[in-house]
Each structure stands twice: as structure tokens, then as C-alpha cells.
Design a protein around this ligand. Sequence first.
Ligand code: GLA
Length: 379
Amino acid sequence: MKSPGRVNLIGEHIDYAGLSVFPMAVERQMIACFRRRSDSIVRLMNVEARFSPREFTLSSTIEPSAGGDWANYAKASGQELFRHFGPLQGFDALVSSDLPVAAGLSSSSALVIACALMLVQVNGISVGTLELAELMARAERYAGPQGGGMDQAICLGARKNTASVIDFHPLRLTPVTVPDEWRFIVAASLVQADKAGAALKEYNRRTRECAEALSTVIESLGLAGRIDSYGALLAHRTAEDLSGEAEQTLEGDLRKRFRHVVKESDRVKKAESAMTNGDRAGFGRLMSESHLSLRHDFEVSCAELDELVDIAQDAGAEGARLTGAGFGGCVIALCHETRMETVLTALTERFYSKRRFEGSLEDQLFVARPSEGASVSSL
Ligand code: GLA
């Protein structure tokens, strides 16, 4: 079976506010060979020695491993599917991945989805893609982050050569063809987001701040009881109006978080039309605006991410931004195919040649090709 990573093109930190996002799956992926077991045990092995073997029994309450342990992503899907579909048989699996870990490319959701599909397959469960994506979005919160549903939905529902606008409540994916000559370059900051510690705490803090800012604004507009979501609010007022409103009613961090959320939502809509119309310059501009907003208003960037964005833009990328949760991880830059080598060279010379890192440069810097979602095949 195979389960891809993803890059989010635009729409960052707004999926958990129920607002649309615009990611694509990438060729980098997790691959697993597996076989059914006759008991309810899951045994996982990884070709990478740093992920030592794990074993657990499927049940409706599976004891989590230590924070950050890779078993937690498998346990997350096992527990959720057990709760939903009843007693399950397990599997033995050997897992391998060329997705960098803790780099904002959703290696964790790739594992959650991989385990879910293996359980679905060995137990003959009948479940639709969108239903499974929703179940797994809830499931992954077992591992700590109180995230939205973007990663699981794109990992399962992506189509080759397209990015997808994902709407929530109800979940829906609308594929948009990525123009042939567009290139999305992924560059790792070499800063790993500490998903069991500081980054997790900050991520969950952002989700709370967004919810708090929303209720304060709804209250101040006298809409309490009538409206309860960012989506409903944005259906009535423009992002511009709402940011103006927030200036009056919110202070400090909450004001900044709110401004990011409503404006980022607006950028997603504009980005969808830009891609549909082949307007690369327009799409790139929106990406760069998104980065500035994530840096100053949402405060999830870091010096290395900002530096990569600057280098890519100087070298002729139409736009660049951090992708994923931030606090480290990767940036994504957009350019025309004829500019690609120049941008890659600038990033290599001005960023990577000055730093030490494990593995090859291709693990840190590569072109992301829009790929299809997870699937299972039989030998
Ligand atoms: C993580 C979460 C997603 C989303 C992004 C930020 O990847 O898993 O749900 O919130 O961060 O956009």
C-alpha cells in the first residue's frame, strides 16, 4: 500500500476553523507491505532503524505510547476504527518512507492513513473515502495535535496532476489542474518542529485562540446564538470588514490570529481562481502574502523559513511561503519551469551549502509533483 505526503499550497491554520484549504499530495510517500493476522495484534516494523518495532492490541481504548512515538499514529487509527466498526483483526507490516519527518509534509497523517487502509483491507470494511478521511481527522487527535482535517482528506482523496480545494462541514474535495509549466519547489528549513513538545503546545494554543477570537467577535456583533462559525461569519461580511471589526473588539494576539484566519480564507478563494486561470504571478503573490501573515499575525514562522522564502523570491520565484504547521519544517516556492534551476541553485548556494545536515540534498530540496492519494494493491 502507499500513502503520500502533502504540501499545502495555501490556506494555512484555517482548516480547524472550518475554512477551505488548498493542498496537493506529493510523490514522496510511505509504502507498506502487510499481511493479515488472525488475532487483533498490530505489528509494525520500519526499514529505518531509528523507528524500532512496535506491537499493540486493537481495542476501543489503546494505551498511548510516549509523546511523539511513531506507534501513536498507528494506534490512533486502530482505536478509531475499532470504536466505529467493532472488533478488528490486526496485521504485520513493514513500513518505509521517503518523507522527511517533522517537516510539515504530513508524514504522520501518511502513517495514520496507511494503517487505516491496511485495517480496512484486512477486515473487509466498507467505508467511503470522505467518511474515512473524517474518521481519521478525529483519530489523529489521539496523538496530541487538535488539528483540522486537511491532511487526512488530501492523503486519501488527492488526484494526479491536481491540487484540491477542500471544504469542510460537509467535507468535499474539488480538484483543480495544476498548470503543466508550474513548479512547486519544497525546501526544508532543517528545523524540526518538536511535535511532542513546544510546537505541539503552540499549535494547540493557536486552535484555542482562533475559537476564542471567533466567539468574542460574534458576541460583539450581536450574532450569538445565530452564527457559530468563521464560515457563517464570512458569508455575511467581507474579510476586510471583519478585520476592521476585530480592530475594535479584539486585542493583542487574538486580534492578529483573527486577522490571519479571515484574510487567509479570502486568499484561498483568490488562489483557486488564479490557478484555474493559469495566473502564476497572482497565485505567487497570494502565497507570499500568506507567509507574511503567518510570520507576523499567526507567529508560526522562524528565521530559517523566512530566509528560504527571501532566497526563493530573490531568485525569481513568483511566491513562497511556509507550508504545514510551521515552527520549522518546509517552505514551498512557485516558479515557471524555466526558472526552476535558478531557484534550486540559489537555495543550494545561499542556504544549504552553509549548513550541515544528514542525508542527501535531495531529501531537503526537491520539486513536488501533484500526485494521487493513498491506495492498496495486492501482490
Ligand atoms: C497541521 C495539521 C493540519 C493543519 C496544518 C496547518 O498539518 O495537521 O490540520 O492545521 O497543520 O495548516
